[in-house]
Write a protein that binds this ligand. Structure first.
Ligand SMILES: [Zn+2]
Ligand SMILES: [Zn+2]
Length: 377
């Protein structure tokens, strides 16, 4: 069963043209197949909304629909055919004809008519150290990419010659074929295979680019990486990708961030973890030690009686949160180093200590061990 067109767009029966357009735009953007690859349900919703819009935006068709509903086949009256043959390509055309295409890709609205092929996006991986991530960094990158051919200025035609209008589609870039069915006449539109939808063909290809309109080139750019990025983040640079063939628009450059493993620190979100090894006297008596940080080094106080495994926190010495104000901490996990090579003198001293009353762990005190355990986390 077909759903009511007003219901499909979620508007009232007395909605004005602007409200109809707005409602359609919202649905079409959400369910567009490009945004929902392979999702049949979204595709159906996209078609349904486009069909409803196609009827309701046209005052005459809307009037007929209001009076006769979906029953009106409209064949022979020049009316809408009840949408029996409203397929995905019709829906996409409805979408394109409203100039929503430009909004969709964040660029300017694309005009109808001959299509220009957009250049491919350029992807590259950028390895960053934790230090660079902590402060943010500016990187110089060399982009190897297709650039517009200077010789033919991107047209692909040999200098002095020009492109000619494609004789098959007469410059339209598409072939229209009318066909009749019991519901009336339908127009099937396909991309012209002769000119690849560009409407123009090159009579004499440019010798430098072989008619492609672009050549291999290289460009250096500076990219600012904000502090706090992580593996999997990417930065998209509009128009820094490959030039399109035959003067088509340039793609984007997409920089994928990859975090390098650090010799000293482990990253845990915005916090970084450092393992500190000290001797038994330092944890028993307390001490102040130098600890490396991502930017330099800092003094850390080990309180007397610190248990091995305790995590001490150095506030604000971690990584700034991406696009935020919060800065993570440096966590220091304290480990007591157990010596394995001892001199005779050292052995003697340890043997003396071993029998001291104050050095014995408490026996059977459950709550004490719980307290110690809690301190580790
Ligand atoms: Zn050329
Ligand atoms: Zn053509």
């Amino acid at each position: 069963m077909k759903r009511d067109y007003y219901e499909v767009l979620g508007i009232s029966r007395d909605a004005n043209d602007n409200e109809i357009k707005k409602a359609y735009r919202k649905l079409a953007m959400e369910f567009h197949p490009d945004r929902n690859p392979g999702n049949k349900e979204a595709e159906e919703k996209f078609k349904e909304a486009s069909e409803a819009y196609e009827v309701l935006k046209d005052a005459q068709k809307r009037q007929r629909y209001d009076r006769f509903g979906h029953q009106d086949a409209g064949a022979g009256h020049g009316g809408f055919s009840g949408g029996f043959d409203f397929d995905l390509s019709d829906a996409l055309r409805t979408f394109m004809s409203e100039g929503f295409f430009g909004d969709f890709f964040g660029g300017s609205s694309r005009s109808r008519g001959p299509r220009q092929q957009r250049g491919a996006d350029l992807q590259l991986r950028l390895k960053l150290t934790l230090e660079e991530i902590a402060t943010g960094v500016e990187k110089k990158l060399k982009l190897k990419r297709y650039v517009r051919c200077d010789e033919c200025d991107g047209s692909g035609a040999q200098r002095g010659t020009s492109t000619i209008t494609c004789p098959y589609c007469k410059g339209a870039g598409e072939i229209r074929q009318a066909s009749r069915s019991i519901f009336g006449q339908f127009v099937n539109i396909t991309t012209c295979s002769h000119c690849g939808g560009q409407g123009q063909i090159v009579a004499e290809p440019c010798v430098v680019c072989n008619g492609d309109g672009r050549v291999k080139g290289e460009r250096s750019i500076n990219v600012k990486i904000p502090a706090g990025v992580t593996t999997g983040n990417y930065i998209s640079l509009e128009g820094e990708g490959h030039a399109g063939p035959k003067g088509g628009p340039t793609g984007d450059a997409i920089i994928l961030i990859e975090e390098q493993e650090h010799d000293l620190f482990e990253r845990h979100g915005d916090d970084i973890l450092y393992h500190l090894y000290v001797n038994f006297s330092q944890v028993a008596l307390g001490d102040q030690v130098d600890v490396p940080t991502l930017t330099n080094k800092a003094k850390l106080t080990i309180p007397p009686g610190t248990q091995s495994g305790k995590i001490l926190r150095m506030k604000g010495k971690g990584i700034p949160h991406l696009n935020g104000y919060h800065v993570g901490d440096q966590l220091v996990s304290v480990h007591v180093w157990t010596p394995s090579k001892l001199s005779e003198k050292e052995k003697k001293l340890l043997q003396e200590l071993a029998v001291c009353e104050g050095l014995q762990p408490p026996k059977g005190d459950k709550s004490f061990f719980q307290k110690v355990k809690d301190a580790f986390i």
